[in-house]
Design a protein around this ligand. Sequence first.
Ligand SMILES: [Zn+2]
Length: 435
Amino acid sequence: MPSRRKVSLRIAVTAGALLLSAFHLSAAGPRPDNAPIPNSVQAWVGARIIDGTGKPAIENATLVIRDGHIEAVGKRVKVPAGAERIDGTGKTIIPGLINAHGHLNNENQLGVYLRDGITTILSLGGDKEFALREFCAKAPPGSAPRLYVAGPIQDSSAIPGAVAVTTPEQARKSVDELIRNKPDIIKVRVDDFRGARQKMSPEVYGAVIDEAHKHGFRTAAHIVFLDDAKGVLRAGVDYIAHSVRDREVDQDFIDLMKQRHASYSPTLTRELAVFTYSETPSFFSDPFFLKEADPAEIAQMRDPKRQDTMKTDPAAQWYKEHMAVAMRNLKILSDAGINIAMGTDSGGGPGRFQGYFEHLELEYETKAGLTPMQALVSATSGAAKAINISTEVGTLEKGKLADFLVLTANPLDDIRNTRAIESVWVGGVRVPARN
Ligand SMILES: [Zn+2]
């Protein structure tokens, strides 16, 4: 993370570049990719549109964008006079993908997510999140994803990214302090890390959730076990941010999820990242992966010594076995009508590659039995619902922000086609290529 001065300098430089672009525009010069166009109207014509609601794709559709918002979408939409007409024949347009459980650690990672089509992120815990959220809010359109944050996690010990709360009184005080920064959600972690440390008690997480709700803030929980997931739901939690991994979910859990209108994020690739590097994974040769992945992190994961350690690491073996449980639970909950929110925990540990893991997560959701359409919904309207931002993003519907991806292949044929990205748009502004 560069210093604050460097960040503000960068903002100033980008703002300058933006002014320059506006000048070029008025001088009728060529329009740079990322310059917002005041009062502009754009019409994509002839594309297949998957709107993110779960409704069937619309073939040969028109998408009209005005001032960064969607004005109209459908088969019988007229192209407004003066609109810039863009031929979408053979393309598939989907909403910008939303990661409902990631982690942002520095601003260089913002572009990685964005260029890979992740236009909105809920960063669920970290020390620098509030500064990064401010950075994104001030960034010129098309240069940063929409960022929502939890801030420091309420935990039983102060591991990085967390604050320790061990009594209900401490918990309430900690939440009162946290809400001064207006987090988008407040997160508790209920996990003994396989016996390595104390797990937060129901009295303490109950106080966190209650204090948050008292002040109008929503809550998310990190859990591993079914009993803890039920516990946080009984305490009123709004969002289960990982899979239940110890055993199969039951009707009691489904009923609690429904009573709470709670969302569920499977984060299957989080488990994958714990055990998959006991060898070199096949995705290390995927050009889409290599395009953005940090070479130093790849080298670290390729290290034969590390791979050997992972082969016998008890935690890695536990998560390997229990990923199957997580996948079964995803299918059960999806069938039961629970809102599934795509999340990866990318950026939250070594080998959890931001940007790529969101696409890999979609692939694993379909391996768990979801249809490509259900997987897409989890990464669009489902994720938006979990973050409580459905009125703004998550679907390609009239009035929503124009965040979308143009794909050269149909993800309904094969979910891996979400990687066939031709362009990424945020608020109607094209995301520039990596420089
Ligand atoms: Zn996480």
